[in-house]
Design a protein around this ligand. Structure first.
Ligand SMILES: Cc1cc2nc3c(=O)[nH]c(=O)nc-3n(C[C@H](O)[C@H](O)[C@H](O)COP(=O)(O)OP(=O)(O)OC[C@H]3O[C@@H](n4cnc5c(N)ncnc54)[C@H](O)[C@@H]3O)c2cc1C
Length: 367
């Protein structure tokens, strides 16, 4: 059968969805992936390299294979001839290196036949029609998963056109004097990176950083916790997503000691506003919300979809209720799917959406 499914967005969330559909029995020819780069890690690779990320942030499930286990810990245990990665993964404390993660992505790309499904195209319009969705002029697909990623990097307004400014997720070296705007994980990483490169660093922030573990909130992993989230009133739900996304970085000496040392040496200080350093690094994350994404904004406008603040309202299984029934599925994955799963913007979250999408497709195939 041709064209049972389409995935719009060829990044890591689209890649996880493709691998999940393949494991569920679909052939590469039955899946069309529309994306801007055939390398599913292309966008992520640049961002991770820009902040000099060495180890994966996520817990043990933070890989792209469709099954959670064995994951990357078993491979690491074999390679390092050590049981330590296995013990770490049991406690959800295993963080593979970025190199190990990317190597696994490259292997999975070949194994799953990703390139056979991939079509290079930026999709401008997805429109509900009889029995499915028309994607630009490229055909009608009964099941479509939209995984367009974050809708761009966010800069503070006053720095958007500043020549001194660079975003933390764009490639950059460090000037001798650096101002870092932000108070989350990327900002904290950049303080340490710039100090290690010999720079003098000013942390520009309006409030004290929040310190919390990288691990996802535990309640998201329990059936009861997730049901409570799904049952909450829309304003509470929006507040939960906002709170989950607030900038933070983990507590611990690894972060504090280099900063305390640099502060004693006069190489690290805090300020409320940029003050003319040679370089301003904006560790200010991503633009937020469907309105910043032309494809999603058009989808909402043309189909009159319900939204709450920045989010398209989704069913608990990440599907768009008004456009999903036994004959067709429209689902979201990645950051735009936070209404169904607040951690949708992680690899774990990509699996959440992908597995539920597969269930819909399988139910349709066996009806
Ligand atoms: C530096 C960094 C480190 C991270 N580390 C981790 C980690 O360790 N563990 C973890 O779980 N998560 C991590 N994340 C979070 C998350 O896993 C990544 O952001 C991941 O790349 C999200 O995948 P995505 O497919 O949603 O978005 P992206 O990787 O941004 O991919 C989206 C793709 O869709 C394409 N696209 C967009 N619109 C269209 C369109 N209309 N038509 C066709 N194509 C389109 C884009 O061009 C892009 O190629 C990290 C994020 C960052 C920024």
């Amino acid at each position: 059968m041709a064209n049972a499914c389409a995935i719009v967005g060829g990044g890591l969330a689209g890649f996880v969805a493709h691998a999940t559909l393949r494991k569920g029995g679909l052939e590469p020819a039955e899946i069309a992936v529309f994306g801007t780069d055939p390398d599913p890690a292309a966008v992520w690779r640049v961002r991770a390299a820009s902040i000099r990320q060495v180890r994966m942030r996520s817990e043990s499930d933070g890989h792209c294979a469709p099954a959670s286990f064995p994951g990357l810990a078993v491979r690491a245990a074999f390679r390092r001839r050590s049981p330590v990665p296995l013990a770490q993964t049991l406690a959800d404390r295993f963080h593979p290196t970025v190199a190990e993660f990317l190597e696994h992505v490259a292997e999975l790309r070949v194994e799953t036949g990703w390139d056979e499904s991939f079509r290079r195209a930026r999709v401008e319009r997805v429109r509900g029609v009889e029995g499915g969705f028309e994607i630009d002029g490229r055909g009608v697909f009964p099941h479509v998963l939209l995984a367009p990623g974050h809708p761009g990097l966010a800069y503070p307004d006053e720095l958007e056109r500043e020549r001194r400014a660079v975003h933390a997720y764009e490639p950059h070296d460090y000037a001798d004097e650096v101002e870092v705007v932000g108070a989350g994980m990327a900002a904290a990483t950049e303080w340490l990176n710039a100090l290690a490169a010999g720079a003098t660093v000013t942390s520009v922030r309006r409030r004290e950083p929040e310190r919390r573990p990288l691990n996802l909130p535990r309640e998201l992993f329990t059936r009861r916790g997730l049901a409570a989230y799904h049952g909450a009133a829309p304003p509470e739900r929006a507040a939960f997503i906002r709170r989950y996304g607030a900038p933070s970085y983990p507590a611990g000496r690894t972060w504090d000691e280099p900063l305390e040392r640099a502060a004693r040496e006069g190489r690290f200080r805090v300020a409320a506003a940029p003050n003319g350093a040679a370089q301003v690094i904006c560790a200010t994350g991503f633009k937020r919300g469907f309105r910043h994404d032309p494809l999603l904004a058009r989808l909402v406008a043309e189909h009159g979809l319900p939204t709450v603040e920045d989010w398209i309202v989704l069913a608990p299984d990440s599907t768009v209720p008004a456009l999903t029934d036994g004959d067709r599925t429209l689902a979201l994955a990645g950051a735009p799917a936070q209404w169904s799963f607040p951690a949708a913007d992680t690899l774990m979250g990509a699996k959440y959406a992908a597995r539920r999408f597969l269930r819909r497709v399988q139910a349709w195939r066996t009806r």
